[in-house]
Design a binder for this molecule. Sequence first.
Ligand code: ZN
Length: 87
Amino acid sequence: MNVAEILQCIESKTGHKLRGSGHSYSGLCPAHKDKNPSFSISQSNTGTILMHCHAGCTFEEICNSLNIDSKKLFSIKSRKDRVHLSR
Ligand SMILES: [Zn+2]
């Protein structure tokens, strides 16, 4: 699962497109009734996907609201880390 796929999930859930470019986007939070964009998502160089809600939703709550298994995001991270180490 990558940022583009998560963005699609969020957009279909909230009905709003997230604004941003490259590896950093912000928009409405999918985990609570958001009126002001308080959600941000970004991807680090190591492939770690970071999701943050300024209203206080947790990573787990955001994943649950999108029916995403949060462990999948972490497994991507560890896999990429291994690739990185083998270089
Ligand atoms: Zn939220």
